[in-house]
Write a protein that binds this ligand. Structure first.
Ligand code: ZN
Length: 153
């Protein structure tokens, strides 16, 4: 049974328990734990153009996203709530910060590599589901939004 850094982070282990100067790995871990403990954009928007949620049954993670889109096709505001491991929640915090104020066309181009890069640690295949849950909810939410738009003409 391997115990990679992402598993320790997912469990919310205290960073740097030895008291030694933080290594590069510890700095990344603190970055994720900071977003986990102090999530950005946490809450529910009311009213919201889109209110969508999904879960990752493998880990028990759940993410609900609400967002609004302005007349320039930008996400004017976005909030999330959820529960689950630190990686899923930190990823939602990072992703919502990343997409706020950005055009939908740019947001739709965000891929899994960029999400992993935002997290800043190597993610094992098992933890990838956790890391990418918020991106999946966001993409589905944008699809829902675009289907609701009246057809052009
Ligand atoms: Zn998880």
């Amino acid at each position: 049974m391997t115990d990679g850094i992402e598993d320790r982070i997912a469990r919310g282990s205290a960073p740097n328990p030895s008291g030694a100067a933080p290594s590069g790995e510890d700095m990344y871990r603190e970055h994720i734990l900071d977003h986990y403990k102090h999530p950005r954009n946490f809450g529910v928007l009311k009213p919201a153009a889109v209110d969508h949620e999904a879960n990752n049954p493998l880990c028990g993670d759940q993410i609900r996203l609400t967002f609004n889109v302005n007349d320039k096709d930008e996400i004017s505001d976005v909030k999330f709530t959820g529960r689950g491991c630190a990686i899923s929640q930190a990823s939602a915090s990072l992703l919502t910060s990343r997409v706020k104020g950005k055009p939908l066309s740019e947001i739709k181009a965000i891929d899994r590599d960029q999400v992993v890069q935002m997290l800043g640690i190597p993610i094992s295949p098992v933890r990838l589901k956790c890391a990418l849950l918020s991106l999946a909810v966001l993409r589905e939410g944008i699809e829902i939004y675009e289907k609701k738009l009246p057809p052009p003409g």
